[in-house]
Design a protein around this ligand. Sequence first.
Ligand SMILES: Cc1cc2nc3c(=O)[nH]c(=O)nc-3n(C[C@H](O)[C@H](O)[C@H](O)COP(=O)(O)OP(=O)(O)OC[C@H]3O[C@@H](n4cnc5c(N)ncnc54)[C@H](O)[C@@H]3O)c2cc1C
Length: 630
Amino acid sequence: MERVYGSFDIIVIGGGHAGCEAALAAARLGMDTALITLSVENIAIMPCNPNIGGTSKGHLVRELDALGGEMGKNIDKTFIQSKMLNRSKGPAVHSLRAQADKAAYSNSMRRVLEAQDRLTLIQFEVTDLIIEEGRIRGVKVHGDGIFHAKAVIIATGTYLRARCVYGEVSVHSGPDSLPSADYLTEALRREGIAMQRYKTGTPARIDGRTVNYDVMIPQHGDERIVPFSFTNTPEAVAREQVDCYLTYTNERTHEIIMENIDRSPLYSGFIEGTGPRYCPSLEDKVVKFADKDRHQVFIEPEGMYTNEVYVAGMSTSLPYDVQVAMYRSVRGLENAQIVKNGYAIEYDCFEGKELLPTLALKKVENLYSAGQMNGSSGYEEAAAQGLMAGINAVRKLRGQEEIVLKRSDAYIGVLIDDLCTKESHEPYRMMTSRAEYRLLLRQDNADMRLTPIGHEIGLIDDERYAAFCEKMEAVKREELRLKNTPVGADKRTQAFLSAKGSTPLKTGSSLAELLKRPEMTYEMLGELDDERPDLPPAVCEQVAILIKYEGYINRQESAVARFKKLENKRLDPEMDYAEIGSLRIEAIQKLNEFKPVSIGQASRIAGVSPADISVLMVYLEKRRRSREKH
Ligand SMILES: Cc1cc2nc3c(=O)[nH]c(=O)nc-3n(C[C@H](O)[C@H](O)[C@H](O)COP(=O)(O)OP(=O)(O)OC[C@H]3O[C@@H](n4cnc5c(N)ncnc54)[C@H](O)[C@@H]3O)c2cc1C
């Protein structure tokens, strides 16, 4: 007999990176929210790499923070090493990455959840969904217990019908030997929702006491740390850091793998799911890049509470005995003791065409989904989706317009648009190359792009917003000041320029013009700039980028203006494209399958050509005119 165990406005299924952000957003926006998860001891765990951020993933975390999410603050509290990657390259690819103390990260996030008003943490496996007349009404748990809700967010990650595999071993379990969730897939299929089977993998964890670090290359963190959260200053997050270490695989390692490749579940077909091309296993790398005689291996501490270290670059699902030989063939790991062996995990997730850009599911009203469940891979990708799903579930229940960030607004916009527009057959990992407007979507200006939206939504409070506006004012003032400060071609200037190896001036110029010179930095110009105000480093960084890249930025902004024209041409989600006789069959099939919300989205669906888009626009224009006539 069914029993009602509770009733909430919003239920989030899953306490992973997506679920935490979704639940916090919903509760902080005033909804009575429950987070139901398999294990409250394992909140926001990192079953794979012990770090947050990295190229493009660092952008996602900063964007999430600028909108009012939690991940940035949580890693600022719990990192053990932090580094700005790609500093030698342009600002578009500068990316923060921080090594996390995994246990501290999980405990800290649990404390934030438990301290949040209107948020209830509950431990259960959700086994079914309650759907009436196409709308979600709640969830079921074991023993026919029922929790009612007006909206539900699925954030079940890598747990649905999860199977862990290494060599000939196959275990029916979630990551880190946690239970798998075996019932929800059927409930989703019952609603006609298309599911697919993905896989990902992880390397072994080794006892750090058995590693010979002396023969490896230490990798230090940055001296001056840039925090992930815009609410923090470098001084506030400064701390002693640990090192990571670099070593390499070698020909012996590759031999061991090739001698046993027939025992690899990847190559024997024992694994069904499709893995991420951009996070390949070592056996994949050795087979696909046979010409390479070595691959990088980074030894990364898992936390201050343990000796365990993560062997980045050696993800594998080879048999245990092969793993032992393979790891011990690496310089510095000759005596390595495996604490946890590497494995691959298969799990069920949605096909992207089931999702709207709001992260609502098309087939069940008020049912949303976020994270690995949507076909992405990565803590950061999951957290970003969780935040958006949480925000949109709240706005839907309040009858407010849901938030869809465009590809020109944020990496989060690129991520979600790709997930629900591009046909994908492998876990989706964010990369800077996916963002066509990446010069505008830098990690340093995430607040400029998104904090006003976070404030309007209600996740950024007035105090933080005031501080943000002050910063923006300071940036504008300083940019203007540099542009309006003349510099004469006088002795002092010429001496300064020659000292910097910069071309002398022929006529007068401005500080801003000088700053545009590649060899010039904002710091250097201080020697020539007597009126310089004392400004926070984040303001100086912004001013320098805006002036130095002004030309590129302007060009990209005009490209965005063109993009928005197509993006703002809305399409009726109920439209039957078979009505448009002159459209190609393939285009009709794809458009009816994906039901795009705009011409812009339609133009990005694989199999829909620019010619099809012209046919569609002509048809829509004719229809508009004929309707105007009647
Ligand atoms: C072995 C392994 C290797 C990985 N390798 C990589 C990698 O190389 N690169 C990379 O980018 N990412 C990798 N990942 C992925 C990364 O862990 C995920 O991207 C990230 O954790 C996804 O976050 P999420 O919130 O979507 O789901 P998860 O973090 O998986 O959290 C899902 C949550 O849902 C709960 N749950 C599930 N089903 C139910 C249910 N029915 N009822 C109640 N609660 C439920 C679980 O308890 C869990 O708390 C790997 C993951 C694993 C497991």
